[in-house]
Design a protein. Structure first.
Length: 502
């Protein structure tokens, strides 16, 4: 059709007369000129993208994932675990210690070898933390806080945070809030467990660490959880994750306003807390005169997120796998009932946790196979280094890839199989199981989280049986959320519960 339309344009241009040389020249100029404009409209963006995503010359020697494959993954809203499995894990299986990956508008080196991950995470001086604010244009989960700060600032922040976690684990509070969960599940039925457990973990964080009862389990859409999820979803826009510079050219004022509104809620909670200090983590931070208000808000936001989002994802994953493999659910339940019967009390106590060996193995396997944190926060190279057979120059972003470490067949036998017995009577090599990171900056709340997970799961096993409902979109495998921060959190996980009567 285009060929015929060109012919019609030709005769229309010459008005059906015999063309002179001047006529032909004028036509060709107009004809080709039109196509030059079209070509420019099409090619200029392509050339700009090729320039924007070009591999820096000093990194050209590294193996790399196609940036177009990565961008297509973001465009499809593929979860981080599936992206890593499809595009990055094959490099680990071939024995590559690192691979270059385009993410959040920049090239970074993903570290796949567990020994190299451990080395990087243990050297805080040579490999300091990198801040998300270098990629995203929002003061959200970034800034001067205990997760992303370095040097003396990190030492100041971590002192107060560690002091709060050095206290006795408040298992009794976990138990009380578990009963609030059961009030909603009642006699059973199909419930969105991923949403329910997120509210549970937030109430745990609020009442035990932040000294503020969010009442997430009892609140509606106006809750902190709803606002937090709204912000997380609005940030995870594929085009903006692929090309963050668009936020400079075309600011998303609605998203910025929503992020600022959430930060204002954090600030308001802080100001209220100043009037009634206690023995909680937030009070320790508020009593530190060296911390400015920006640091306080930044720490509050990261503790709010890390304290509930990752733990809720871990619990949801374990509940999912125990639903998918009922034989393991039965075995874990028998253990819990045996331990509680021997201790002669109905609810788990702090001392009972040492006896939950099989349940703990199920938790650790769920943390391996669907770790809530698939990618650890990036580090910088402060000097040229050698990783495996490759030289990495100074000033390069290094991303410890937890998913690759946890799923490589060179590290784990049959890594895609859920098998709790990997952690029973066997010693896992250091650096091979790293759901909380590794080194001096691994998650300071890891023990707190594990007690929280064991408590709720033990009480669920005692009071309920559960399974996946019919036609679950998680039937074949757990489906995680799409997001901007490398988290693997089950998305809209419905679970069918049935109360136990014995």
């Amino acid at each position: 059709m285009g060929r015929y339309s060109t012919s019609i344009n030709f005769f229309t241009f010459f008005d059906l007369r015999g063309p002179s040389l001047l006529d032909v020249t004028a036509f060709l100029g107009k004809f080709l000129g039109q196509y030059y404009i079209l070509a420019a409209v099409v090619l200029l963006p392509v050339l700009f993208i090729q320039w924007y995503i070009a591999v820096p010359a000093q990194l050209a020697h590294l193996p790399r994932v196609s940036p177009f494959a990565t961008m297509w993954s973001y465009a499809r809203k593929e979860s981080v675990d599936r992206r890593v499995k499809r595009l990055i894990l094959p490099f680990a299986e071939r024995g590559e210690p690192v691979v270059l990956v385009y993410m959040l508008g920049k090239w970074g080196v993903h570290v796949l070898d567990p020994d190299l991950v451990r080395m990087i995470c243990h050297d805080m001086v040579k490999f300091p933390k990198k801040n998300y604010q270098d990629h995203l244009h929002f003061s959200f989960l970034s800034g001067p806080n205990v997760v992303f700060s370095n040097g003396e600032m990190w030492k100041r922040h971590s002192t107060s945070v560690k002091a709060a976690f050095d206290r006795e684990i408040p298992v009794h509070r976990f138990v009380t809030l578990a009963y609030e969960v059961f009030e909603q599940i009642a006699e059973g039925g199909v419930y969105c467990f991923s949403e329910l457990v997120q509210k549970y973990t937030l109430d745990v964080v609020g009442t035990t660490l932040l000294g503020h009862n969010f009442q997430a389990l009892k609140s509606g859409e106006g809750s902190f959880v709803a606002h937090f999820n709204q912000v997380m979803n609005s940030i995870a826009t594929p085009t903006r994750l692929i090309f963050p510079f668009l936020d400079d050219w075309f600011p998303r004022h609605d998203v910025i306003a929503n992020v600022n509104a959430l930060n204002e809620r954090y600030d308001k909670t802080l100001q209220m807390k100043k009037q009634e200090l206690g023995l909680d983590l937030l009070s320790y931070l508020l009593e530190d005169a060296s911390l400015c208000n920006e640091e306080l808000i930044s720490n509050f936001s990261i503790l709010f997120s890390a304290g509930h989002d990752t733990t809720s994802g871990a619990i949801a994953s374990c509940v999912y796998f125990l639903a998918k493999y009922p034989e393991y659910q039965t075995q874990a339940r028998e253990e819990v009932l045996r331990v509680l019967s021997a201790a002669d009390h109905s609810d788990p106590s702090l001392q009972d946790h040492t006896q939950f060996n099989f349940l703990y193995a199920c938790i650790k396997e769920a943390l391996r196979i669907n770790s809530p944190i698939s990618l650890l926060p990036a580090r910088w190279t402060t000097e040229p280094i050698t990783l495996g057979k490759y030289t990495i120059p100074q000033g390069v972003s290094l991303v410890p890839n937890v998913y690759a470490v946890h799923h490589c067949s060179k590290v784990w036998a049959e890594p895609e199989t859920f098998d709790p017995y990997r952690f029973i009577g066997k010693r896992v090599r250091p650096g091979h199981h790293i759901p909380f990171g590794t080194g001096p900056r691994q998650c300071v709340a890891r023990q707190f989280s594990l007690y929280e997970q064991r408590t709720l799961l033990a009480m669920l096993l005692k009071n309920y049986e559960w399974s996946l409902p019919e036609n679950s979109h998680h039937e074949d495998w757990v489906m995680n959320e799409f997001g901007a921060f490398g988290l693997s959190i089950p998305h809209e996980l419905d679970i069918k519960f049935k109360r136990r009567n014995d």
